[in-house]
Design a protein around this ligand. Structure first.
Ligand code: ATP
Length: 864
């Protein structure tokens, strides 16, 4: 079809090389820039530079389009003339290469310049000799040749202008930067507090706002997050814009690699090998099946209805088709993929669960369970990441490269161009719509978690909701959150489907163009009918992987976006951990010493100030005092839920920060203020304290805690389930089950935080014996508001406003006639008021009542 010309070989080589070099350089440099390069230009005159550069590149494209039109018009003007293949490749390839550069520049408000400059420099370096050679070889050419030469010269001038102005700008910029000095900012500014390393929220660089450099925080931010997290996110985005890149973003996810890669599981590794083999086989089958169909067609065409059946060719085709079908190698692949997915599902789930369980009390005080559970389940979607990247996205690029060569062999380079245009446009549109939808996806996720949070809160607080009759209010709130979720979902899916629609359009147009060209070639006798059949079948087989890659890119992006919250959780480190050289606690006698302990939950308010005391081995220390004084905090510090901010706590002379948390907590038996049980049987709940305890031991512990008879009276006895957090039990029953647990555990040190506050005096008397047994020869800490329960303690500490204001035994403190006595008098006076004159009081109590009345009248007179 082309008229043979006497184009010199050097010119032909330049024609082929120019678009390839420009395109390859720009692709590689852009990829490297998005991975490693950090600073897009944000100077004030950057926009002027961008507009000027875009104009030049558009003009370069215009010269190429004009050149293509010139060839076309010449072929019309001179029938039989057609540009040589190298010229067509040169023009179409250059449109492709410079077109992609222009598009990139149009998109990025703050472009990275060096890929652009380098590409144009390479382009100019090749265009100039091309133009000279063209001028020499076409010296006696016609008007068309001259017009083409003129276009070529203009293109050279434009490219040189681009490089010169770009070089000048870059030089200027460097000089200015040198004058200003280094302007880089640290990761977190001084305003971000010390918790910065704990939470770290990543966003997706490469999304439009990152290119744009605009502040998109408002739109993107999760509305339900505390200000501190928002601030950190803002800082993170800022940093990503300044120094960030996809590589930087993805680096954050490297935490997940050990959870995805089965480094120790031989079976899963074997499955991966099987998948690899199947993938290679699929690549071959993709080409062989349509090719075999083409061979059959050609044999049929040659036979022209002579009754000969192409048995061998059909047999091979049938075999290949079976292998390439869902019943063939794909089944093998699906079977092998299952263990790989399950491995990742398990390792992500188990690791995140154990990480969250290992986080400290400060985290658990702030958490929202519903939101947390959804974050884990969304993060588990990452299980498919390895599959998508290695088995779906990667092979498609191989497919495209094979397809480019195969369609060239079937027809010619024009067919390869159609394929390349379709492939790149398809993937480009896919990537663009993905970037477009990331923001919407993030909002959709936030709405999803918010809905879960509201639902969870309302169900968990059902009693509070009922007490205040706020059922309608909660329903409205939940339904509002569903509306917000639906809205966010709608917006996300609109973007998703629109992107899909645009891609399908590209695919259809590509198929039509390829079919048109193939029919034309066959009709001209340039290719056999079999090639047309092979192409039609093959085109379909490459369409689906292309759709797959674009879907996979979206899927990977949404997986990464979805798992950002889990990533954030993984980056949250427990504030209390084992020291690197921690050793197990060795308890000899159980002496506990608080030495000048300071502590605050919030740096702005101190909770404990210089608390010092010693709990002698086997003795009982009681903590009493005004509510909010810091008593429970003392026990929490002993448990190492928090670390002291000053001073130290020692158990048998060992600083608790130097021993392992497990060994420390194993030494304690705690009866908390508000015990919570699992929604399982009472037997299992008590056994939770010592998993190997027998039924008899459990019952013995319950007997000691004066709850055995009560449990036996339940219709299901020890098998009775206790409801969520133990709601089916009364407050007193709950506390006694909790005491039974502590008795069963048999700890070295006993901590009783208001352990009998909900138990009536009579029952309390019955469990005093149990307490005596529990605490005998064990160091014991008791917090009690009912002072009668602690009057026999070996040491009573009166805690007021975070300080030990009095200490001693009951009698010693009474003699001091200070705060302790005031507490007693207040309590007794209240009790007397409650029971009035019916109370039988002994002489001592009567004296105390007098004291209480005196105290009250003194304080009243002070007030007056
Ligand atoms: N997780 C927390 N975060 C911030 N402040 C806290 C936290 N827990 C307790 N506080 C504050 O620390 C102070 C001491 O609380 P703590 O629970 O130790 O008092 P308490 O003496 O045990 O009170 P009560 O007798 O009422 O149980 C209180 O002002 C309380 O508001």
């Amino acid at each position: 079809m082309s008229r043979h010309s006497n184009t010199p070989v050097a010119l032909q080589v330049l024609h082929y090389a120019t678009p390839i070099v420009v395109f390859l350089y720009s692709t590689l440099a852009k990829t490297a820039a998005s991975c490693f390069l950090h600073k897009p230009t944000k100077k004030t005159d950057a926009q002027t530079r961008r507009y000027a550069a875009t104009t030049i590149l558009l003009l370069v494209n215009a010269t190429l389009v004009a050149q293509a039109i010139a060839y076309f018009i010449e072929s019309l003007a001179h029938p039989g003339y057609w540009a040589t293949q190298d010229c067509v490749v040169y023009v179409l390839g250059s449109v492709f290469a410079y077109g992609s550069l222009t598009l990139g520049l149009l998109e990025a408000r703050h472009p990275v310049w060096h890929p652009l400059l380098g590409s144009c420099l390479a382009g100019a370096a090749l265009e100039i000799p091309t133009t000279v050679l063209q001028a020499v070889t076409q010296a006696n050419g016609n008007d068309f040749a001259f017009s083409r030469l003129a276009l070529q010269v203009s293109r050279c001038i434009l490219l040189v202008c681009f490089c010169a102005s770009g070089g000048w700008y870059t030089l200027n910029e460097r000089l200015q930067n040198r004058q200003k000095g280094d302007e880089t900012e640290p990761l977190l500014s001084a305003t971000a507090n010390g918790h910065a390393t704990k939470t770290n929220y990543a966003t997706v660089p490469g999304s439009p706002e990152d290119h744009d450099g605009g502040d998109s925080t408002d739109e993107e931010s999760d509305t339900d997050e505390p200000d501190q997290v928002k601030e950190l996110k803002k800082q993170q985005r800022k940093r990503l814009r300044q120094t960030g890149s996809w590589l930087g973003y993805l680096k954050e996810f490297k935490i997940f690699i050990p959870m995805l890669w089965p480094s120790k599981d031989r079976f899963v590794q074997a499955c991966l090998v099987v998948i690899g083999i199947v993938l290679v086989a699929e690549r071959f089958l993709n080409v062989l099946i349509p090719r075999q169909l083409g061979i059959i067609t050609d044999e049929l065409t040659k036979g022209n209805g002579n009754g000969e059946f192409p048995l061998r060719a059909v047999g091979i085709w049938m075999l290949l088709s079976w292998l390439g079908s869902r019943a063939g190698v794909y089944t093998l692949q699906s079977l092998a993929e299952l263990p790989v997915q399950q491995f990742a599902y398990k390792s992500i789930g188990a690791t995140s669960f154990s990480h969250i369980m290992g986080l400290s009390m400060d985290f658990h005080n702030e958490k929202n369970s519903g939101e947390l559970i959804r974050a884990i389940s969304q993060g588990q979607n990452l299980q498919g990441l390895l599959e998508f990247v290695c088995f779906q996205i990667g092979p498609v690029f191989v497919d495209l490269a094979i397809a480019f060569i195969y369609v060239y062999l079937l027809f010619d380079i024009y067919m390869s161009f159609i394929l390349a245009f379709v492939g790149i446009a398809y993937i480009w549109v896919g990537a663009k719509t993905t970037a477009w939808s990331v923001k919407r996806r993030r909002r959709f996720n936030t709405a999803y978690r918010n809905e879960s949070k509201i639902q969870n809160e309302a169900i968990n607080n059902w009693q509070t909701v009922s007490h205040f009759n706020r059922g309608k209010y909660e329903c409205d709130r939940y339904s509002g959150s569903i509306d917000a979720f639906n809205k966010a979902e709608m917006k996300y899916y609109i973007a998703y489907f629109m992107g899909g629609g645009a891609q399908s359009l590209i695919m259809v147009l590509g198929r039509l163009a390829a079919t048109f060209l193939a029919i034309y070639r066959v009709s001209q006798g340039a290719a056999p009918v079999g090639n047309f059949v092979a192409l039609t079948a093959y085109w379909r087989s490459i369409e689906s992987p292309m759709a797959q890659v674009s879907w996979s890119i979206r899927k990977v992006t949404s997986m990464l976006t979805d798992s950002e919250r889990l990533l954030q959780l993984f980056q949250t480190k427990p504030s209390v951990t084992d020291a690197p050289n921690a050793v197990p606690l060795s308890i000899k006698s159980g002496e506990v010493e608080f030495d000048e302990v300071d502590f605050s939950y919030d740096v702005r308010k101190s909770t404990l100030k210089a608390v010092s005391f010693t709990a002698k081995p086997g003795k009982t220390v009681a903590l009493v005092g005004e509510t909010g004084g810091g008593k429970s905090t003392i026990l929490k510090l002993l448990y190492r839920y928090y670390d002291v901010s000053g001073g130290s706590i020692r158990v048998d002379g060992q600083d608790i920060r130097g021993v392992t948390l497990d060994s420390l907590r194993d030494s304690f038996g705690m009866v908390p203020q508000d015990p919570a049980l699992f929604n399982i049987s009472i037997m299992e709940n008590v056994r939770y304290a010592r998993l190997d305890a027998t039924d008899d031991e459990v019952k013995e512990a319950c007997r000691a805690a004066a709850i055995h008879d009560k449990i036996e009276a339940f219709p299901d006895g020890y098998k009775a389930t206790v409801g969520e957090r133990g709601v089916k039990l009364s407050g007193g029953e709950l506390q006694r089950v909790s005491i039974a647990r502590a008795i069963l555990r048999g700890p070295h040190i006993v901590l009783l935080d208001e352990a009998t506050s909900m138990i009536d005096a009579e029952t309390e008397a019955t469990i005093q014996e149990a307490f005596k047994r529990l605490t005998a020869s064990r160091t014991t800490f008791i917090i009690a508001h009912r002072l009668s329960t602690i009057q026999h303690a070996d040491l009573i500490l009166v805690i007021n406003d975070g300080q030990v204001v009095e200490r001693g035994t009951h009698d010693e403190l009474f003699r001091q006639n200070g705060k302790y006595v005031a507490l007693w008098s207040k309590q007794l006076s209240k009790e007397v008021k409650d029971i009035g004159n019916t109370l039988h009081v002994d002489g001592k109590a009567a004296a105390l009542i007098d004291l209480a009345q005196q105290e009250e009248s003194t304080s009243d007179s002070k007030k007056d």
